[in-house]
Write a protein that binds this ligand. Structure first.
Ligand code: 26Q
Length: 832
């Protein structure tokens, strides 16, 4: 131990850091197993071995985390906070082992226990604190920030229950709670001493001080504590360990004191529930479900706790002076979910630190940055003013003040145009006035970004066009990416080592280098090996599908995969219609050029999303009919894999031949699954939507199966859409519709697919399923024929991986850093 300038002792981390050699690892593993966990029998349960190994690894992470924090404490550094209601982390053990460069040593250490790293790693429960793309993006971003040595902290919520577990019963989705903490979460460290107090309800009073300044005071509130739990985020082989700080809600002690004194002790303790409910469960909707009070509580709870944390740290170190606060902070808002942070920072600065409005607004609008993730107008978040008034009265006042000043600016730009003021107001008028959270985020931020080139263009010309006219300089694009450590190195170790055997392994830290593998796309011996790896990965997936679905996939067949949230705009329906078409061909005996396929679906539907659940049921019924038909067996197998999650994707993306990215053009903001598939050598069949466009640009039109109308054409077609005419004019579609309508897939469940049939036939079908069906079928046929030519397919596969350099989240984060965050990498001294 050493003393610092004050009287507090600090650990001299490097000298005390646990060693990284194999024999120390074995010692620590044994000590944690026998003493920390108190176990004595090895081999009894993989779970305890997993925990012992996790603790062994965690010790190494904690040491580095402390060093990273010490660096930041010693040096006044500009930092970013990534604030997100979701972090879909998946498993942590293998990732930490990989990033700490301990793979070989850990494997050797585990040999002492006669165990494989893979088996032990599988005992870990996925951390499923997110719905899908947006949450997983946040997780990839944290990995890239740490790997680029950027001082970025993640702020999120420690949900007691993550994304629900999906069971399939009689073809229907059934949701079950995900009690992910039950067996313990060894990666977190609680810091109750750093808890923050969050206010709710109450009311606002005003008093004027001696100098005539008005002070607003938010009083009689019902406070909740936010307790931080820190999760270490290791960078790739660079000694950096950043932090993901997850907040858990707890009751304050005085919360129950009054009732306790009144003699109702039990009632008072029971009231703790109210406070603890806030972080109980993740909302399982991936489009906003309007109006749920608990969700707004979650949003404010996260925003307030995180901002207080940062402001308290600042004041502790530099005193209550905010002159250069904005030079050292940026807050990246992951969608509008934490956008109340704009008003909360104003509240902290104006009410708690008595800054003038102008000065506070200057700080807010030079620290806040907002990322949009949706093009669906109905998904833009709104909250009833009445709910705000009751739950967050002081924040509503602040929003009104922001709005009044903003509308003055609008009036200057468009004099006399009341319509513009109404259209741009943060408050939507109507029977039930609403707060428009996206508008609050745009007005309060210096940067507004979309997540793919097309998406950003459509934001500027559509959803946010008035704001773009007002502030064109705020708008920018940051095309999404995924981390190549998890989504290639870890999930496809065989392909990774084949690649490294040719071009070295610098690509893991500098993914632009993956293009070096292009040199080998025509090399026969290399193609052979590539094929061998793919076959082994396909077998691994086939085993999973067999175990989970009871369907046998044959690795010589084309693996055609669509896994993602179930949504009408993502058009799983179009995919299953194509499957029905293939089945129809088999039934008709039209199998001469039929290329055998295994079609895999996976994904969760929001529990209240009626049509999405119907689509799951249809897929399962179609699968069951086809899989039972002996005539279909040589040509077609269909499976719906239950409970699709991060760990499932790690197996799936390495084994896929054809990646389905078939959303209605103009609806998918980016997509990120498309990138994971591409990295692993899958070829995409897709529309000109989201990041597909950029994927196609990178890999070349010859190596991408394109179909369907463009976003622009889709807009046009909707004006006068006649799906019945398309059905009548397309014999394949007509036959598919006849099969559906005849009840062929629901013989004992009459009428259950009527709503689906009607949706396809409806002139107001926004997803244009019938419209794109003919070109989709033709394109699928092209893909089949391409797959038949084994060498051609292998070339395409290799070229896809080789062209995936742009889709590393390291590139994305570098772009955020260059254009929005302007951070400098940390320069940590290398240990040992
Ligand atoms: C909001 C309010 C109330 C309840 C739930 C929500 C909510 C929660 C999650 C709204 C949206 C989400 C998630 C959205 C999402 O995942 N969007 C996806 O983000 C990816 C990363 O940018 C993109 O690649 C996808 O295109 C986009 O759909």
């Amino acid at each position: 131990m050493a003393k610092n300038s004050g009287s507090v002792c600090v650990v001299k981390h490097w000298q005390d850091a646990p060693k990284m050699d194999e024999s120390t690892l074995v010692d620590d593993l044994t000590r944690h197993f026998y003493y920390t966990l108190g176990r004595d029998k090895v081999g009894e349960s993989q779970l305890y071995l997993y925990h012992a190994l996790a603790l062994t690894i965690r010790d190494r992470l904690v040491a580095r985390c402390r060093a990273t924090n010490q660096y930041l404490a010693d040096k006044k550094t500009r930092k970013a906070a990534y604030i997100s209601l979701e972090f879909l982390m998946g498993r942590a053990l293998s990732n930490a082992v990989l990033n700490l460069d301990l793979e070989d040593k850990v494997r050797d250490a585990l040999k002492e226990y006669c165990c494989e790293l893979e088996t032990v790693a599988q005992a870990e429960h996925d951390a499923g604190l997110g719905n899908g793309g947006l949450g997983r993006l946040a997780a990839c971003f944290l990995d890239s920030c740490a790997s680029l040595a950027l001082p970025v902290i993640g702020y999120g919520i420690r949900y007691e229950y993550g994304m629900f577990n999906q069971k399939i019963e009689q073809g229907h989705q059934v949701e079950q709670p995900d009690n992910w903490l039950r067996e313990g979460h060894p990666w977190e460290l609680a810091a109750p001493e750093k808890a923050k107090r969050i206010k709710f309800s109450g009311h606002v009073v005003s008093h004027i001080d001696r100098s005539g300044r008005e002070h607003r005071e938010w009083i009689d509130t019902q406070d909740v504590l936010a307790v931080p739990y820190d999760v270490p985020i290791p960078g790739y082989k660079n000694e950096v360990v950043n932090t993901l700080r997850l907040w858990k809600s707890e009751a304050t002690d005085e919360f129950d004191l009054n009732e306790f004194n009144a003699g109702s002790y039990s009632e008072a303790v029971a009231k703790k529930n109210l406070a603890e409910q806030i972080t109980m469960v993740l909302y399982p909707n991936d489009t906003s479900e309007n109006g749920k009070e608990l969700r707004l509580r979650q949003q404010y709870f996260l925003s307030s706790a995180s901002l207080q944390d940062i402001v308290d740290n600042w004041v502790e170190r530099y005193g209550p002076s905010f002159n250069d606060f904005a030079d050292y902070h940026v807050f990246q808002l992951n969608d509008t979910h934490p956008s109340i942070a704009v008003a909360e920072l104003m509240r902290i600065l104006v009410d708690d630190y008595e800054l003038e409005w102008q000065e506070a607004w200057q700080i807010t609008t030079s620290t806040m940055a907002y990322t949009n993730h949706t093009l669906l107008p109905e998904a833009l978040e709104k909250w009833p003013v009445s709910l705000f008034a009751r739950l967050l009265p002081r924040l509503l006042e602040i929003i009104y003040e922001i709005n009044a000043r903003f509308l003055t600016e609008v009036a200057l730009k468009w004099p006399g145009d009341i319509g513009k003021q109404r259209a741009l107001s943060l408050i939507e008028e109507g029977e039930q006035p609403q707060v428009r959270m996206a508008y609050l985020a745009i007005v309060g931020s210096y940067s507004v970004n979309g997540v793919a080139a097309l998406h950003t263009e459509l934001l500027k010309s559509g959803l946010f066009s008035d704001f773009y006219q007002l502030w064109p300089e705020k708008f920018n694009n940051k095309t999404n990416g995924v981390t190549p450590r998890r989504w290639l190195s870890h999930c496809n170790p065989q392909l990774a080592s084949l690649i490294s055997s040719k071009i070295g392994d610098a690509w893991k830290a500098d993914f632009a280098k993956i293009s070096d593998i292009r040199r080998y796309f025509d090399n026969k011996a290399f193609q052979q090996k590539w094929q061998q790896v793919k076959l082994e990965n396909k077998q691994r997936l086939a085993d999973l599908v067999s175990k989970e679905c009871g369907v046998e996939f044959d690795v010589t067949m084309l693996f055609d995969v669509q896994v993602k949230r179930i949504h009408e705009y993502k058009r799983q329906l179009l995919n299953i219609l194509h499957v029905i078409h293939l089945y129809d061909r088999i039934c008709r005996g039209d199998t001469e050029n039929l290329v055998p396929r295994c079609v895999l679906f996976g994904g969760k539907a929001a529990p209240g999303y009626y049509m999405a659940k119907k689509i799951i049921k249809l897929i399962n019924n179609v699968a069951s009919v086809i899989n039972q038909d002996r005539a279909a067996h040589p040509f077609l197998r269909v499976a719906f894999l239950p409970n699709y999650n991060v760990s499932a994707m790690e197996v799936i993306c390495a084994a896929t031949d054809l990646s389905e990215q078939i959303s209605t053009a103009g609806k998918e903001a980016s997509g990120t699954g498309n990138m994971k598939f591409m990295m692993n050598g899958a070829v995409t069949i897709g529309t000109l939507d989201g990041a597909n466009i950029e994927i196609r640009e990178c890999v070349g039109a010859d190596n991408f199966f394109l179909f369907g109308v463009t976003a622009e054409q889709a807009q046009q077609i909707r004006q006068d859409y006649k799906p019945m005419e398309i059905i009548d004019g397309c014999i394949e579609l007509k036959r598919v519709m006849q099969l559906l309508e005849s009840g062929h897939f629901n013989l004992f469940e009459p009428g259950i697919f009527d709503d689906i049939v009607n949706a396809i036939k409806c002139p107001s079908d926004p997803w244009l399923v019938a419209q794109d069906f003919p070109s989709y079928v033709k394109c699928q046929e092209n893909a089949s024929q391409a797959y038949e030519d084994k060498e051609h397919w292998l070339r395409m596969s290799i070229l896809n991986t080789a062209a995936s350099g742009k889709f590393s989240s390291d590139r994305t984060i570098q772009d955020y850093c260059d254009d929005i965050w302007r951070l400098s990498p940390m320069q940590l001294i290398t240990a040992n």
